[in-house]
Design a protein around this ligand. Structure first.
Ligand SMILES: Cc1cc2nc3c(=O)[nH]c(=O)nc-3n(C[C@H](O)[C@H](O)[C@H](O)COP(=O)(O)O)c2cc1C
Length: 205
């Protein structure tokens, strides 16, 4: 049976991280339960030209990038619906990723306030001791941001900052976003070929 993963998309800049992660996770065959906040939807539209509510995501990917085999599946949940199945810990979920993660959602998760389905599902993921991976994007950071990342880490979550590396010689924005998507998939023990493994040597140009 396909592994089931919750993906939260919030209103931090870097909507491309979400797009490339969703694409890679669908290619890896994962069954995705996706929740986008209002600002998450806005930034997907403004930065990537994707209307996640009305566009067919598979068709949009085919139009925007190369056509690929995507055995996974995706369900979009309204962020206001805290009665969704994924608001409870009884479902068989592998874990949750919030990509990109705003400082506001980071704070809600760190404090356990659960004001929407993204924060509630993250809360549940932590209490069930499942994998929670946050990809925060903000710069510079204030002390509240740092303390909230500390609190999530102490609660068992992983902070994977949107800090792509350059040693793989990225040529496109997609290469940069794929580096972060790949780091997240690796933490979930999902194999991928988003970038070559580091061999200890930089490649020649
Ligand atoms: C164009 C734009 C870019 C933004 N970029 C960021 C960002 O990079 N990081 C961040 O923490 N918030 C950013 N924000 C602010 C958040 O969207 C805002 O705090 C919002 O309340 C987050 O709500 P959400 O976490 O429910 O999506 C941005 C807002 C806009 C409109």
């Amino acid at each position: 049976m396909a592994r089931r993963l919750i993906v939260g998309i919030t209103g931090a800049s870097g909507a491309l991280y979400a797009v490339r992660f969703l694409k890679a996770a669908l290619e890896a065959g994962l069954r995705l339960d996706v929740i986008a906040s209002g600002y998450g939807l806005r930034l997907l539209a403004e930065e990537c030209g994707l209307n996640l509510k009305s566009d067919n995501f598979g068709d949009w990917l085919d139009r925007t990038y190369d056509r690929t085999d995507r055995p996974g599946s995706m369900t979009l949940h309204p962020a206001g619906d805290q009665g969704a199945e994924i608001a409870s810990g009884s479902g068989p979920m592998a874990g949750m990723v919030v990509i990109p993660c705003s400082m506001k959602t980071l704070s809600g998760i760190a404090r356990g306030t659960a004001t929407n389905l993204i924060e509630r599902a993250a809360d549940v993921t932590l209490k069930e001791r499942r994998r929670l991976i946050l990809v925060p994007r903000e710069t510079p950071l204030n002390l509240a941001h740092i303390e909230n990342m500390r609190a999530v880490t102490l609660a068992g979550g992983s902070i994977v900052p949107a800090m792509p590396a350059f040693y793989q010689k990225p040529r496109t924005l997609e290469d940069l976003a794929d580096f972060i998507a790949g780091r997240v998939l690796s933490l979930l023990d999902e194999p991928h070929e988003l970038y070559p493994a580091w061999t200890g040597r930089t490649t020649e140009n």
